[in-house]
Design a protein around this ligand. Sequence first.
Ligand code: ADP
Ligand code: MG
Length: 332
Amino acid sequence: MNEFELIYEVIAPTSCRRDDVVLGIGDDGAVLAPPPGQSLVVVADTLVAGRHFPPGFPAADIGYRAAAVNLSDIAAMGATPLWATLALTLPASDTDWVRGFAAGLADALRPAATALVGGDTTRGPLTVTVQIIGSLPPGTALTRAGARPGDLVYVSGTPGDAAAGLAAWPPPSAPSATLAHLVARFTRPTPRLALGVALRSLASSCIDVSDGLLADAGHLAARSGCAIELDAARLPLSAALREACDAPTALRHALTGGDDYELCFTVPPSALPRLAALADVGMPPLACIGRVHAGAGVRVLDPHGRALEFARPGFDHFGGADEREHSGPMME
Ligand code: ADP
Ligand code: MG
């Protein structure tokens, strides 16, 4: 297939329709009708073969992740996604590969009702850039900068699973249910879009966990001008993670592994009752993992209140943790 057949016959048909797309794929630019009175939120992320996904990673999972990591940024802002563009650089015109890729992309964009409205297709080393435009009411964006001393730190889901899945890549042809679950947390992360919207009126700061909980909590602390203290014992480690890894490795994955695409956020004590009420409306599990203090930086405390030491990307306090096993998150 030539470039135009790939665009019009393989990629474009996978997009969902939206009434606010005045002119989609097929012209020199897309024409979009923003929701009246809303602010727009724009995000973009690039995936490079070998750097952001391992060799042999399925085309459909590359497509899914390219969209999901951007939807996760939209979620972390508290926005609702509307439209996406796709810049695709391919080493060859491989129709089957593009078909799989486009199906995976649609697996992520369709549940988020996000329309693919344009892009670019070129030849070169495999590289995928997705941009997503979302919207929210003016003045309601969640940022990294609003944490205050006294706030509590929360995380959604079970961080560490994706890193454990990546560490097991490539999975065996017949993986155990546990391993299959962990690998799926890496290949098919769930953008926490409904949670992001719900947190708009609750959280004082928010970030999505792409680099690792410790690094991303560090971004909240730095942008907010505060210190964050995390309790290692309160990290919500999944049963799968604890089954697949020894305790130090599980903790290391949860704190420094990255690729979780969960939300890490801070909440003032006054908002805790409303946060608790979210459990009743189908949100992912939320765990309180620490506190915000005056000061700077992130500390992780053991159950005795002693600070644990880390050296990114490895986690060297517990001894026996092999720093070569995982060289940092696949996404940056
Ligand atoms: P131009 O030459 O004006 O850049 P192109 O021929 O590159 O236009 O693209 C034709 C149409 O297809 C445009 O509407 C463009 O947005 C869209 N398009 C190109 N590549 C992609 C892609 N990978 N995904 C989605 N839309 C694409
Ligand atoms: Mg072009």
